[in-house]
Design a protein around this ligand. Structure first.
Ligand code: SAM
Length: 225
């Protein structure tokens, strides 16, 4: 049996934990050292659905702008680019610079090098920082930074799913903007907070891989006019 090979390890800003990239044959994993798996290359249907569900609703708008947090293995970014036209702009925020480096190197092939698309702008940093300074700036914000509405990569991420975080997302969105959030499972409290923040909420359950495997949850929350 081929053993897992650790390709690289990186610090996580704002956390004592480390992130690790490993490979087993043609499969890659991004995981927290001694903790959970953030992203694997084998199953990515729900990460792509996150982009598809939101982007197909805004693709016809003039010069649509999309913010994605974070990059991971680039599947959500590649799907967003696929569902948007040539006048779109996609800003991808990635907290850990090494993840961007990995995507420019050994991981790039997995999603077809979406960082090289001229519609992509990469921001190395916290997606929350962009949401806090931008006003009516994005047609869609796609969040897949953790395993769901609680910080996994680092505790500070939990803010994104609080009332304060959701109100900030609402303010960063253009009218009828979409906040799409990925989660490993449902979370009734988070759904209620989305409603409270003023969003019209739809929830989808999507299989992780070609209609097979675990069911993941995607909230598609639309802001008002
Ligand atoms: C689950 S992976 C994303 C998978 C991605 N959707 C894909 O298609 O491959 C989560 C990513 O978010 C990044 N991340 C975690 N917290 C973040 C934050 N606050 N801002 C930006 N990126 C963050 C992680 O470093 C990791 O690369």
């Amino acid at each position: 049996m081929i053993p897992w090979e650790i390709l690289d390890t990186a610090s996580i800003p704002g956390s004592k934990d480390k992130l690790q990239l490993s490979r087993h044959d043609s499969e890659f994993l991004i995981s927290i050292v001694g903790g959970g798996v953030l992203m694997g290359s084998r199953a990515h249907a729900s990460e792509e659905a996150l982009a598809k569900l939101a982007c197909r609703k805004i693709a016809e708008r003039a010069r649509p702008r999309v913010l994605i947090g974070g990059l991971g293995m680039g599947f959500t970014l590649a799907a967003a680019l696929h569902h948007l036209g040539s006048d779109a702009e996609v800003v991808v925020a990635e907290l850990i610079p090494a993840v961007v480096t990995w995507n420019r190197g050994s991981l790039g092939e997995l999603a077809g090098y979406p960082l090289e698309d001229e519609r992509t702008t990469v921001h190395e940093g916290d997606v929350a920082k962009i949401m806090k300074v931008e006003r009516k700036a994005f047609d869609a914000i796609l969040l897949d930074v953790d395993n769901g509405p609680e910080g996994m990569t680092r505790k500070k991420n939990s803010w994104l799913y609080t009332m304060d975080g959701l109100t900030t997302a609402y303010t960063a969105l253009r009218p009828k903007g979409l906040l799409a959030t990925w989660s490993a499972g449902p979370d009734r409290d988070f759904t209620q907070r989305l409603h409270k923040a003023g969003f019209k909420v739809n929830q989808a359950r999507v299989r992780e891989h070609n209609n097979k495997g675990k069911l993941h949850t995607i909230w598609l929350a639309e802001s008002g006019s």
